[in-house]
Design a protein around this ligand. Structure first.
Ligand SMILES: Cc1cc2nc3c(=O)[nH]c(=O)nc-3n(C[C@H](O)[C@H](O)[C@H](O)COP(=O)(O)OP(=O)(O)OC[C@H]3O[C@@H](n4cnc5c(N)ncnc54)[C@H](O)[C@@H]3O)c2cc1C
Ligand code: SF4
Length: 321
């Protein structure tokens, strides 16, 4: 690991300014992704700015009937919160499907949103990777691609986003609240927060240099039946091959978001308008334009089957009330 300096931030504005003004500085929250990347020298920050201790560890009701989740709320605490379990069950289930208990005890809301891809070539510094080293090429294209994207990918990168939590937040139309180095604040719809790779896969979100996540706002509860199905290579402690988050309302309408298939949580609102036509119709619109390899073509069928199962169970539960 390369040497670095360490500073505890004293205020959000100071943290944002410090990271914006110091070349190659990074915020650190739980450290469960960043430190792994530093050990491999994929991330080589000169300065770590510790944002623990800034007080963003609370979950509070908002005036419009939703919840504001502090950036530093640990994944364990968010999943266990009684309001989240009752009104945003899809989020609680997605969190509990991610990582291990020990990791969830450390991992934060902001860090989970910003975790980097698990593409094995990204983690292997002997391999070409446009995300790790812009312009160097992509070893995954033509390589082993069982875990890679089937929608929204580009000629430069076919990586997936690994977060379970982010899939549920996309389903719920969460907003990411931030402060920039100039002190201005903004609220970014999660649909716009993560980027597709295009020809700049190293730019993964719309955050500006030094922009600090303060919280994530959940709109007022949707009601309905919530489900999160994660399919993975082993029963626990593995990233999703595919995951499907659903909310189904008593009138048969609903929402669907999918993980493990794209560079960002994948939701196509137009597909949801096919809900009364059944899972096949929703799936065909959701996954339209899928481009697969021999290794990952199974993901398209797996999404369809997982979605069909989720919709069948949730629809009958929603009708029963
Ligand atoms: C073995 C293993 C298995 C895992 N399995 C899963 C899984 O199945 N599903 C899943 O979803 N995740 C999984 N994870 C990933 C885990 O959830 C993430 O490592 C964790 O959520 C990252 O949170 P953190 O607080 O530790 O982030 P950190 O490592 O501290 O930070 C991650 C990134 O976020 C930035 N950052 C942190 N906070 C802020 C902020 N407030 N504003 C701006 N930038 C910020 C940091 O600078 C860094 O770039 C796994 C991890 C491991 C090691
Ligand atoms: S898929 Fe993306 S992350 Fe993986 S090697 Fe290619 S450029 Fe790098």
């Amino acid at each position: 690991m390369k040497a670095f300096t360490y500073q505890r931030a004293s205020s959000p504005a100071q943290a944002a300014q410090l990271v914006a003004r110091t070349p190659n500085a990074r915020f650190i929250a739980g450290g469960t992704n960043l430190l792994d990347l530093m050990k491999l020298e994929i991330e080589t920050p000169t300065t770590l700015v510790d944002v623990n201790g800034l007080g963003f560890d609370k979950i509070e009701a908002t005036q419009d009937g939703g919840l504001r989740v502090g950036a530093l709320v640990r994944n364990t605490d968010l999943a266990a919160d009684a309001r989240v379990r009752k009104d945003y069950a899809v989020l609680s289930r997605a969190l509990l499907a991610g990582a291990s208990t020990q990791l969830r005890n450390k991992a934060t809301t902001s860090g989970n949103l910003l975790q980097r891809t698990r593409c094995p070539y990204f983690y292997d510094t002997a391999q070409k990777c446009n995300k790790r080293q812009p312009g160097s090429g992509c070893a995954a294209i033509g390589g082993f691609t069982r875990h890679h994207a089937v929608v929204g990918a580009s000629e430069a990168c076919i990586a997936t986003h690994p977060s379970d939590m982010a899939v549920a937040m996309r389903l719920l139309d969460a907003e990411v609240e931030t402060v920039k180095a100039d002190g201005s604040m903004r609220s970014i719809p999660i649909a716009d927060f993560h980027r597709l790779p295009g020809n700049t896969p190293h730019i993964e979100t719309v955050l500006e240099p030094g922009e600090l996540i303060l919280s994530v706002k959940l709109p007022k509860p949707l009601g309905g039946v919530h489900a999160y199905r994660k399919v993975r290579d082993r029963a626990s402690y593995a990233f999703a091959l595919v995951s499907v988050a659903t909310v189904i309302l008593p009138d048969g309408s609903g929402r669907v978001a999918v993980g493990g298939v794209a560079h960002k949580p994948w939701r196509v609102e137009e597909a949801e308008r096919q809900m009364t036509q059944g899972a096949r119709a929703v799936h065909d619109r959701l996954m339209a334009g899928a481009r697969t390899t021999d290794d990952n073509a199974f993901k398209v069928a797996l999404v369809q089957r997982t979605l069909a199962e989720a919709l069948a169970n949730s629809s009958s539960a929603a009708k029963k009330g």
